[in-house]
Design a protein around this ligand. Sequence first.
Ligand SMILES: [Zn+2]
Ligand SMILES: [Zn+2]
Length: 189
Amino acid sequence: MACDRTHSCICGQMRWHIARNAPGTHLVCYCEDCQTAARFLKHQTTRLDSDGGSEIFQTLPAFFEFLDGRDHLAVLRLGPKGLLRWHAGCCGTPIANTLPTPTLPFVGAILPPGADGYGPIRALVNTVGTASHIKETGVLAAHLSIMGRILRARLPGGKRSSPFFDRTGAPVAVPRILSQQERNAARPG
Ligand SMILES: [Zn+2]
Ligand SMILES: [Zn+2]
C-alpha cells in the first residue's frame, strides 16, 4: 500500500497521499521533540522505530494531498514556538510536521517505520542524546536539499500551495499548545 505513497490513520477515517514525483529526502529523526509528540499522541508503537526514531519524508506541501477525512485534521505544538505537528484527530496518528507559517514551504511527512516507496534512508539526524549507538549521518546534504527545494518553491511560479494553511496563511486547524506539564509527562524517559 505504501508503495503508491498513500497512507491512512490507524482507525482508517483519514487518508492522504504524497505525489509519486514529489522531490524529497527520506530520513530518520531521533530528536526528543518528535518522540515526545509521538508519545503524547500514544503512537510510539506505530510511528517510532525501536530506537525512538521517526521516519520522515521531507518535501514540499504542494505534493501532499488529503484524500479522506480532512475534517479530522488536528494540530499540536509542544510549546508556543514549536513546529506544527499535524495528526489525525480521530485516533491520534501522527501525519506531518510543518513550520508555523506557510512562508517557508516545508513538510516532513511522518511515515510508518519501514515505509516503502521513498527510496533509501538518506540521513539519520538528531541522534545526540539517544540512548542508542546510532551515528548522525547525511545531515548537511539533507539541510541543503530542503533549502534548495524551499527556495525554488518561493520563486515566481513555484509550488507554494499547502493543504495545511488557508489563503490567509492561517493553519487550517487551531493548534493546541501543550502545557509544560503535558509535555514533560510525554518526554521519552
Ligand atoms: Zn525530530
Ligand atoms: Zn483515525
